[in-house]
Design a protein around this ligand. Structure first.
Ligand code: PMM
Length: 313
């Protein structure tokens, strides 16, 4: 993929794929539901993810797993605001994962610096205008309908072309509502109204997203298509969600190699290492475009000799 600028207005630029760590302040998310429902534990978790290499911490208060029903706006606000405020106060770059304009607005007021809307502005007619008013970057994810019924909407002839086309229309809609196009991040929405085969096709074709000219966020973490790939050969049962992290890191590095701007993951450490390896290899022997990111060897540090010596060691 031709990489659109890694820098977004108001956010630091990274010379490698960024890592977004997930803190779901929910009782029912598919892989970590209930673990971070207590605000103190959620904040500690966010800080740990930063220690482990997360560049951004994504805080969500509503599960979007297939079949999930919605929580009330009041409950969502009650879950996320103290966590967003505490992490932002400690200097963490927080994104708020919400489909509601009022939650997005309140979270930005509390210190969030990115709005991550899995509906890409479609679930709440006030969302795009609200985000435009805040001036923060906006993740426009591909979305066809609420989680309760989304599996029935996975019907495509050419999934890659159709998903990109639908995201382009979502982008036009949010720009019409006032969002600055330079603040848009796009996301294929793996697992959202997608079959397993659709997820693989999308993950294999991230290069095609350069047509939109926007940074791409990819969230494969622990999703069903990985669990089914790693199913128990005897029982056919999908690998449990918490045992999908090596596959998640592999998916992340493959997304990074195709030019993804960021990957969103539940467990940060391995993916943070993996994207640094990808960046080091990509930059090896070439001048880096900007200041060297922590963990990325400076330009020229990885010469052919050093790489060969590394391979021998
Ligand atoms: N997936 C989930 C939640 N939020 N946000 C973006 N931008 N992209 C995604 O694919 C996405 C998301 C699914 O639930 P999880 O929080 O347990 O991963």
């Amino acid at each position: 993929m031709k990489r659109p600028s890694q820098a977004l207005p108001g956010l630091p630029g990274w010379d490698r794929c960024a890592v977004m760590g997930i803190v779901n302040v929910t009782p029912d998310s598919f892989s970590d539901g209930g673990r971070w429902l207590d605000p103190g534990r959620a904040v500690d978790r966010g800080l740990l993810l930063v220690d482990q290499g997360a560049d951004i911490v994504d805080v969500g208060g509503e599960s979007t797993r297939p079949g999930a029903t919605r929580v009330s706006e009041e409950e969502e606000l009650r879950r996320v605001l103290p966590v967003v405020r505490a992490l932002a106060d400690k200097g963490v770059l927080v994104s708020i994962d919400t489909m509601r304009a009022r939650v997005a607005d309140a979270a930005v007021e509390a210190g969030a610096r990115i709005v991550n809307d899995v509906s890409g502005g479609l679930a709440d007619p006030d969302m795009a205008r609200a985000v435009a008013g805040t001036g923060v970057p906006f993740v426009v994810m591909h979305w066809r309908g609420q989680s309760a019924g989304m599996d029935a909407l996975a019907d495509y002839t050419d999934v890659v072309a159709e998903v990109i086309g639908e995201v382009a229309r979502q982008m036009d809609a949010v720009v019409s509502a006032g969002v600055d196009p330079s603040q848009i991040i796009v996301d294929p929405g793996l697992g959202f109204a997608k079959s397993r085969r659709d997820d693989w096709a999308l993950l294999a074709s991230l290069g095609a997203w350069s047509a939109l000219g926007r940074p791409v966020l990819v969230a494969a973490s622990r999703k069903r298509f990985l669990g089914e790939l790693l199913a128990d050969p005897d029982t056919g049962e999908a690998r449990p969600a918490r045992e999908r992290d090596a596959a998640t890191a592999a998916a992340g590095v493959l997304a990074a190699a195709q030019g993804a701007w960021a990957v969103r993951v539940h467990e940060v450490r391995d993916t943070a290492d993996a994207v640094r390896v990808e960046a080091a290899l990509r930059h090896a022997g070439r001048a880096l475009p900007g200041p060297t990111a922590p963990g990325v060897p400076p330009a020229g540090a990885l010469t052919e000799d050093a790489l060969t010596a590394g391979a021998r060691a």
